[in-house]
Design a protein around this ligand. Structure first.
Ligand code: CAO
Length: 483
């Protein structure tokens, strides 16, 4: 892919076009007197580090997270915090653990990819949170940590005794962050999974083809999307705590998160009051709009019409397609490329409004051209003319794409029981904080280490805890053991 070349080209173009800006000289800020040699800039920040970039620790170094998450939404959030350098201590039920350890299992006896790809760089401690000794351990953890993250069903945390009042009294600085299916309202007590959120958040009603049923998308916008929202809430609360000294509750409801990602469709809902959505191909096909934002197939969600077009090999390869955007500024280049130079001046095609009712025909014509080239050839050729296109990459192609490995977006890690596997690294790149992407922990792998080194339990106390059953699975009957 010629993306780097394109960026360089675009930068040069932009620089050439930019008018010279008046240079405003800023007065240097007055130096504040150094207090204990550390805070010398007068704004509460330490002096800029003199260490080379990438060697001044990780962004969230020192942040301690008590991770009560399970399945996907919560773990997405805490994995990201761990990648950013937080010490994430995942609490799991003894002998059971996060239910996803055993779901969709591909290697017998090993943690599933479902689990391993959502729990990297964390430590695992097993605690029965309903056992009296387990509660004591949790109290120490609450005192030790900065953030408690959970995505239990509504009320489950309270039933464990970990109410906001209790946590806040135990550690007023602690941030308690939750994913729930819905915010306060008629559905707040409901359990929710990914696709329920996609439907309740408005995304499914606007996904798919007009003539078909609503569709969910493969991108986990309900779970992983909400996890990302929660992570931003946590980091913001940590920042506010620097000023206020106190923790707060952070709630990311899955319905809200999905709606936030589907906001352009709520935009279109409001536009409907003022007339048809002219950029939807349904408009060009003369089909009237109903009361609500319709499903728009592969229409572009923005102001530049686009569609998915077949490429060479589509008859046998289900992913031999490209997304093609007929961006207005490069329309003439498109016309030349596809062998329709007359469209540049034809009043039916020359302007964006004139093209809107003819989009189906335009894309069919462009497809005649894309079908003569592979999706990568289309990308290479179009990039030369700044025409925005994108190959439909299969997961196989993504897994094998060297540039994604080079940037750490796809990372291979080694696991003691399942061997090497691919995981998605940190998609957010910080120039001074390299991502810490490591394998997921085995169930309870760090229980003793955390009890001893983090919480300071003595050897004798550790033995008592073990004997109590608070960190170990309940004894199995002898018959079951023999089986
Ligand atoms: N020790 C003892 N008990 C533990 C424990 C531990 N370490 N960890 C969990 N438990 C218990 C909880 O206390 C709870 O018990 P009670 O209901 O008896 O109080 C129980 O395990 C299960 O919790 P749950 O209700 O959250 O789990 P579930 O499998 O029934 O539901 C889910 C799963 C995802 C539907 C629900 O958690 C939920 O709606 N979460 C909020 C929304 C969400 O995050 N959904 C996305 C999930 S990813 O698709």
């Amino acid at each position: 892919m010629a993306t780097r070349k394109k960026t360089a080209k675009m930068k040069t173009k932009a620089a050439a076009k930019k008018p010279a800006k008046k240079v405003v000289k800023l007065k240097a800020a007055k130096k504040a007197p150094a207090k204990n040699g550390k805070h010398a800039t007068g704004n509460g920040l330490p002096r800029p580090s003199t260490k080379p970039y990438g060697q001044a620790g990780l962004a969230l170094h020192g942040v301690k997270v008590l991770d009560f998450t399970h399945v996907q939404s919560g773990p997405t959030c805490t994995q990201l915090l761990a990648y950013m350098g937080a010490d994430v201590i995942k609490v799991e039920r003894p002998g059971v653990g996060d239910i996803t350890r055993g779901q969709l299992r591909d290697v017998k006896g090993a943690d599933s990819l479902y689990f391993t790809m959502l729990n990297g760089s964390k430590r695992s401690i097993t605690i029965d949170s309903k056992h009296p000794k387990g509660k004591d351990i949790l109290e120490r953890l609450i005192k030790h940590c900065d953030v408690l993250v959970e995505n239990f069903a509504p009320g489950a945390l309270d039933r464990m005794g970990l109410t906001w009042d209790y946590v806040h009294k135990t550690n007023p600085r602690m941030i308690v962050a939750s994913v729930k299916g819905f915010g306060p309202g008629p559905y707040e007590d409901c359990k929710v999974y990914e696709n329920v959120a996609q439907c309740a958040g408005g995304a499914a009603s606007t996904t798919g083809f007009r003539e078909g049923p609503p569709l969910v998308t493969g991108a986990q916008i309900g779970d992983s999307g909400t996890g990302l929202h929660l992570a931003l809430g946590i980091v913001s609360a940590l920042y506010q705590r620097v000023r206020t000294g106190r923790g707060q509750r952070v709630l990311a409801a899955m319905q809200d998160g999905v709606l936030n990602l589907a906001r352009v469709k709520l935009r279109d809902q409001q536009r409907l009051k003022h007339g048809p959505l002219t950029e939807y191909s349904q408009h060009g096909e003369g089909i009237a709009f109903g009361q609500a934002t319709p499903r728009a197939g592969n229409d572009s969600g923005g102001g530049q019409p686009g569609w998915i077009l077949k490429c060479k090999g589509w008859e046998t390869d289900p992913d031999a397609y490209t997304y093609f955007i007929t961006q207005a500024p490069v329309w003439t280049a498109i016309c030349d490329l596809i062998g329709k130079p007359e469209w540049k001046t034809d009043p039916d095609y020359a302007t964006p409004p004139a093209r809107l009712p003819r989009l189906r025909h335009i894309f069919d014509t462009i497809e005649q051209w894309t079908m003569t080239r592979t999706k990568f050839e289309v990308m290479e050729t179009c990039n030369k003319y700044d025409i925005p296109v994108g190959p439909i990459l299969s997961m196989k192609e993504i897994a094998e794409e060297p540039s994604l490995r080079a940037t750490g977006t796809v990372v291979e890690v080694d696991h003691p029981t399942r061997g090497k596997y691919l995981t998605v690294g940190n998609p957010i790149k910080l120039s001074d904080s390299p991502a810490d992407v490591r394998r997921s922990p085995l169930l309870g792998e760090h229980t003793e280490e955390i009890l001893r080194d983090v919480l300071g339990y003595s050897a004798k106390e550790l033995a008592d805890i073990k004997a109590s059953g608070a960190i170990t699975p309940p004894e199995k009957p002898a018959k079951a053991e023999a089986a």
